[in-house]
Ligand binder design. Structure first.
Ligand SMILES: Cc1ncc(COP(=O)(O)O)c(C=O)c1O
Length: 421
């Protein structure tokens, strides 16, 4: 029986209407920027496999690091124990995140956010501040599928069915922008007006603001200006509100710098990382915070401590993969690849017959009328894309060469021109 039929019998896929979806593409192997199906047809992975892959598939350095670690220590409970890969990973990350000194491990983007939400809430409770119980987030923001993450993503459109179960969240409009956008000033002014109104009425009851900096991923790779993020964060910080930066999608070079944080002049209280952390090899996440937060949990046994943890917390194999991936990220050739991808996006996107063209770092996006037809035709021609609504985005691994990306743009342009005829 073919793999697809065996899959059909047993497996329930994520974010998939099983009744109407096309059968899944059965992938046999990956190498570099390509995935190969069971007939050995190559697909250029233009979405980095749900935004996790950083250096290309099956990178030998990361594979070797995992293998070596698995022969030494595959796992140990992380309460009351520690190990070299976990400590080394945090030592390597800390210089990239100045001002942050405490690293809390979990398993995925949703849990990284969940941990930040709980820490922020408990930060106030531990100090006897009971009136802060509302969170602040952006319309369209997506932060994961666990209940806390869904609550703050209440206006993402993904979780509406569960909204009766959510905690209180106020939202701010997201001023999405693109090349040649003439209305951005008024969109930002309106968002700031809504925020100011929230702060005037609820400023001292808000626990924290949660935001995806510069780019809302799942909302269709919507981009905003760094100065707007700075204004928002400075305004909320005037009210003592904590700030949680969800860099789950944007971390590890995606926006052109190691983290978005380098492009925005703010000091948040939490940074959430996952996806690219292990280069796409293993699930691992971090919620990173400051001494200011940490010391509010510092007390007698079982008093004020953070009662949260997962079985696979700081899994040594995941940490070894993350160290190897970080070492690759910091190589000058990787930085050059990130810049080359950015330049290619900027140069090529202008030729596409599409709307709302936008680029930030290694991410390019545009809106089209017929995204599903484009997706189908791209797959036929060996390009893996996965539109979000009308938004089509290209978010390739850094192993993708300029020539591969230029050829992909050429194919996409031809398909779009054909569809417009
Ligand atoms: C910004 C952001 N936060 C959190 C998440 C949730 O991450 P995960 O799917 O690993 O739970 C995602 C996933 O797409 C995301 O884009």
């Amino acid at each position: 029986m073919h793999l697809k039929e065996r899959d059909r019998k047993l497996i329930w896929h994520p974010f998939t209407q099983e009744k109407t979806a096309e059968p899944p593409i059965a992938i046999k192997r990956g190498y570099g920027s390509y995935l190969y199906d069971t007939d050995d047809k190559p697909y250029l992975d233009l979405i980095s496999s749900w935004w996790v892959n950083v250096h290309g598939h099956a990178h030998p350095d990361i594979a070797k690091a995992i293998h070596a670690q698995s022969m030494t220590l595959e796992h140990v409970i992380f309460a009351g124990f520690t190990h070299e890969p976990a400590v080394q990973l945090c030592e390597k990350l800390q210089p990239l995140l100045p001002g942050f000194s405490k690293f809390f491990f979990s398993d995925n983007g949703s849990t990284a956010v969940e941990v930040a939400l709980k820490m922020a809430y408990q930060y106030w409770r531990n100090q006897g501040v009971l009136k802060r119980s509302i969170f602040l987030s952006f319309d369209g923001g997506y932060h994961g599928d666990t209940f806390g993450a869904m609550s703050i993503g209440v206006k993402s459109g993904f979780h509406t069915l569960f909204s009766d179960l959510f905690f209180s969240v106020l939202t701010i409009p997201f001023p999405a922008t693109w090349n040649g956008d003439g209305a951005i000033e008024s969109k930002e002014a309106y968002a700031l007006e809504v925020l100011t109104a929230h702060l005037n009425t609820n400023g001292d009851t808000i626990v924290a603001l949660v935001l995806e900096p510069l780019i809302q991923g799942a909302n269709g790779m919507k981009m905003c200006r760094p100065a707007f993020v700075e204004q928002v964060v400075h305004l909320v910080q005037n009210y003592g509100i904590l700030v949680i930066l969800d860099e789950v999608m944007t971390g590890f070079g995606r926006t052109g710098t190691y983290f978005c944080l380098e492009q925005i002049n703010i000091i948040p209280d939490f940074v959430c990382l996952a996806k690219g952390l292990t280069g796409g090899f293993l699930p691992l996440a971090l919620t990173i915070t400051t001494e200011k937060i940490y010391k509010v949990f510092w007390d007698e046994p079982l008093n004020k401590y953070f009662a949260h943890g997962h079985s696979y917390t700081a899994n040594p194999l995941g940490c070894a993969a993350a160290i190897a991936s970080l070492d690759l990220l910091m190589q000058p050739t990787t930085i050059q690849s990130i810049q080359a991808i950015h330049h290619t996006h900027t140069k090529e996107i202008v030729h596409l017959p599409a709307k709302h063209k936008r680029v930030t770092g290694t991410i390019a996006a545009f809106d089209v009328e017929n995204p599903e037809t484009l997706k189908r035709k791209c797959l036929e021609q060996g390009l893996l894309i996965r539109p979000l609504g009308n938004a089509v985005y290209l978010l390739p691994p850094y192993s993708t060469t300029v020539s591969e990306l230029e050829k992909a743009y050429e194919k996409i342009k031809n398909i779009l021109c054909y569809l417009l005829k």
